[in-house]
Design a protein around this ligand. Structure first.
Ligand code: A1LUD
Ligand code: HCS
Ligand code: ZN
Length: 366
């Protein structure tokens, strides 16, 4: 095993140990950008801010760090070279924006640590530098459905339209996913490959494959990590609308098993899924992997993909969200945060809830 391989395999366990056994992931990035006035009604969605308002992205990362996050996720969820090309940007300009998304998060981490780098003085006048809270920068990779910008990674419209055909096809063809059979495993690998390579070399600590809607795309990510000898670790995070399957209808167990088999994957879990489904999903994932389980649910509200707006429905408030956190932690999740429609207040409340539960945390927190 080479030096890089050793680092990859131990990054998450070392990090979790430094954090006291569990880590806090940030909350919704796009949500916060919108709350600060950004208009995300654009095919690039939150990645539009890489062009129009990078300072706002840095501010949101900083707000999440101040709320207690140990992991901040870059603004590259919907940043694709193909999406940038449609906007008239060259390949070089697109790649520079991908790198920039990670640089912005790294800048926020540095600013946060500089602000927090206080010296405490004891009674004898001896200064002691307080220990910095460990922070990882995760480079987000959204799905092909995110690039389609019609909410198909989330709303599963293709699944609704093709569900009958898909049920039949699924029994004879492993690879059939929500994108229709024209989108093959090779097509997905071609779509994602260069972006993953660029983000892997960008200075990020880990790649966050997020809101994965089907097992075909999970397999594509796993094969890219393996074939391209990607040097940083990754996590795989799926989304569900029923608490049993991922949004395509593929079983969560099969999806999590793909992540389990991939040596570069150091954590597996669920994001952008209503809180009420998380308990059962953690249990299902725990049956097929011993890798750390991560969860960062949304508020439970519904996304209107046409208007690119969240519909005020039966979402849970911060207090309710946090009332689930203890249970998720008991279920075995050790990386916990929030996704769409959660805010720094949610993360602050999660941080508080988990720190009062844990007597083993030894790191001094700023
Ligand atoms: C997880 S969804 C809320 C992300 C946004 C979607 N890809 C869109 O462009 O509408
Ligand atoms: N990291 C992304 C996930 C969207 S589902 C965000 O928070 O906007
Ligand atoms: Zn989300």
């Amino acid at each position: 095993m080479g030096h890089n391989a050793v680092q990859t395999s131990t990054l998450m366990s070392d990090f979790l140990r430094q954090c006291g056994g569990y880590a806090i992931i940030d909350g919704g990035l796009a949500t916060e950008l919108e709350r600060h006035g950004a208009d995300l009604n654009d095919p690039l969605w939150s990645a539009k801010c890489l062009i129009s308002s990078p300072h706002l992205i840095r501010k949101v990362h900083l707000d999440y760090l101040e709320a207690g996050a140990n992991i901040i996720i870059s603004a590259s969820y919907q940043a694709t070279l193909q999406g940038f090309e449609t906007k008239g940007l060259s390949m070089e300009e697109g790649e520079a924006l991908l790198r920039r998304s990670v640089e912005i998060a790294c800048e926020a981490r540095e600013m946060y640590h500089n602000i927090g780098c206080k010296v405490s003085w004891d009674a004898t006048g001896n200064g002691e530098i307080l220990k910095q809270r460990p922070v990882l920068v995760a480079a987000s990779v959204g799905s092909y459905g995110a690039y389609l910008a019609d909410g198909s990674e989330y709303r599963c419209i293709h699944w609704l339209l093709l569900s009958i055909v898909a049920q039949i096809a699924r029994t004879i063809c492993w690879g059939f996913g929500i994108y229709g059979d024209a989108v093959t495993l090779e097509a997905l690998k071609d779509f994602h490959r260069r972006r993953v390579q660029v983000l892997a070399e960008s200075g990020a600590d880990i790649i966050a494959f997020e809101t994965i809607p089907n097992k075909l795309e999970a397999k594509a990510f796993a094969e890219i990590l393996d074939e391209d000898d990607i040097k940083i670790p990754a996590w795989f995070s799926f989304n569900s609308k029923d608490g049993v399957n991922v949004v395509s209808g593929d079983s969560i167990s099969e999806c999590a098993s793909i992540a389990d088999s991939c040596k570069q994957v150091v954590a597996v879990g669920i994001n952008c899924t209503p809180p009420r489904f998380i308990h059962g999903l953690i249990q299902a994932i725990g049956k097929v992997t011993t890798k750390p389980v991560l969860i960062y649910p949304n508020s439970g509200e519904t996304y209107d993909a046409e208007r690119k707006q969240w519909v005020q429905s039966a979402g849970v408030g911060d207090e309710d969200f946090v009332s689930y956190v203890g249970k998720w932690s008991e279920d075995g999740a050790c990386l916990i945060g929030g996704c769409c429609r959660t805010t720094p207040n949610t993360i602050r409340a999660i941080t508080k809830a988990l720190s009062t539960r844990s007597s083993s945390a030894t790191t001094i927190q700023f």
